[in-house]
Design a protein around this ligand. Structure first.
Ligand SMILES: *Cc1c(COP(=O)(O)O)cnc(C)c1O
Length: 402
């Protein structure tokens, strides 16, 4: 590979890179190992480095601060999201925590009302006691966002699509508001991955991920990352990564790097199967409501088409009641009853009693998490096998339409 191309791959702002996404996902930030030519980034399983001489300026000092396996993943993620820098953390939650640590006591944050449950727990259960204040609003309404902004507001934190009903926030509109009011726009891009949505290209300042989900994609690692676009944020996140120390391990960094190499292929298959399953569920007499941004019936289908390059692999649908959901889930053989998402295997869950169990019932109803709602993370198995499993599960609910 020519040096110029290599440099483009390492720096890798996607908007400027001449290379396609799949090419960048395999090569960006990764050089063949200088000692052996190994094409895969080695796992540097070391806590420290022998320095050549005192004051030599050797870049490797201690592995909390810098690790070559982690650095390769960080360069790769920065290139895929089109950011300036990425930093990897021990979990999605520690990545989100690092972003909130950009703020100081007294600051106010406007947050999507329907974010990941752990984000709600962190903000309300911990960060509020350190003097941060939060307003939970429907960020799909620009008017609601504007109305929530105060003189102390510093950040707009958006998750789109939301879990589990897949509501969508217009990121260009959110970015316009953030710029006009001097706020930092942060987007949790876990549900779509940079393959289907690149918030930075739409005006976001910071992107966060739980790499546990689609980026790693094989349900065998927990991790997170923060991608920044501004020098001062990049420096502060790097400082926080070292100061707090919740870093991604070398082995996990390797696993995520390997997972990302097939991200484009996996996302295509997740989406193809999800679209097929969502359309099938929509026609099924035992299913009341299907939430999937790829269906024309989704209230924000047009917006989804504009800002996303695909609809992802997450579907939720209503089977009518808690009893029906339990019966249906109890019958499934292939789809695994489990939390989490984004892996190669199909996972199915009951948000009202699992991921959203700690949300009060009235609040659950308000955000659309009904007792009969079931969520699927569609895996990359043969879709006909998934459909057969879902069909025999729904058959347990009897013939009559609910
Ligand atoms: C899973 C998830 C997180 C938290 O990530 P962990 O890796 O589990 O700590 C944050 N945001 C979203 C949207 C998630 O799905």
């Amino acid at each position: 590979m020519k040096t110029k191309t290599r440099r483009a791959l390492s720096a890798g702002r996607s908007a400027r890179s001449p290379l396609g996404f799949a090419t960048r996902s395999i090569h960006a930030g990764q050089e063949p190992d200088p000692t052996t030519g190994a094409v895969m980034q080695p796992i540097y399983q070391t806590s420290t480095y022998r320095q050549p001489a005192l004051g030599s300026g050797w870049p490797y000092d201690y592995a909390r601060t810098i690790n070559p396996t982690r650095s390769a993943l960080e360069r790769n993620l920065a290139a895929l999201e089109g950011g300036l820098e990425a930093r990897c953390f021990a979990s999605g939650m520690s990545a989100i925590r690092a972003v909130l640590d950009l703020l100081r006591s007294g600051d106010h944050v406007v947050v999507s009302q329907n974010v990941y449950g752990g984000t709600y727990r962190l903000f309300e259960g911990l960060l509020r006691s350190f003097g941060l204040d939060f307003s939970w609003v429907d960020t799909s309404s620009p008017g609601a966002v504007l109305a929530a902004i105060r003189p102390t507001t510093r950040m707009l934190f958006v998750e789109t699509p939301t879990n589990p009903v897949l509501g969508i926030t217009d990121l260009r509109a959110a970015a316009r508001i953030a710029r006009a009011r001097g706020l930092t726009l942060v987007v949790d891009n876990t549900f779509l991955s940079p393959y289907f949505q690149r918030p930075i290209e739409l005006g976001a300042h910071v992107v966060v991920h739980s790499t546990t989900k689609y980026l790693n994609g094989h349900s065998d690692s927990v991790g997170g990352c923060v991608v920044t676009t501004r020098k001062r944020d990049a420096e502060r996140i790097a400082w926080l990564q070292n100061a707090v120390g919740a870093v991604l391990s070398p082995v996990d960094s390797f696993l995520v790097l390997r997972g990302i190499k097939t991200l484009a292929l996996r996302m295509e298959r997740h989406q193809e199967s999800a679209l097929r399953i969502a359309s099938w569920l929509k026609r099924h007499p035992r299913v009341r409501k299907v939430h999937y941004p790829g269906l024309r019936s989704h209230p924000q289908h047009a917006l989804a088409r504009r800002q996303m390059s695909g609809f992802g692999g997450m579907i939720s649908f209503d089977v009518g009641s808690f009893a029906a959901a339990r019966k249906f889930l109890g019958r499934l053989r292939l789809c695994a009853l489990a939390e989490s998402l984004g892996g190669v295997e199909t996972l199915i869950s009951h948000p009202a009693s699992m991921t959203h169990g700690s949300v009060p019932p009235a609040e659950r109803r308000r955000i659309g998490v009904t007792d009969g709602l079931v969520r699927i993370s569609v895996g990359i198995e043969d879709p006909k096998d998934l459909l057969a499993d879902l069909e025999q599960g729904l058959a347990a609910l009897g013939k009559t339409r609910r």
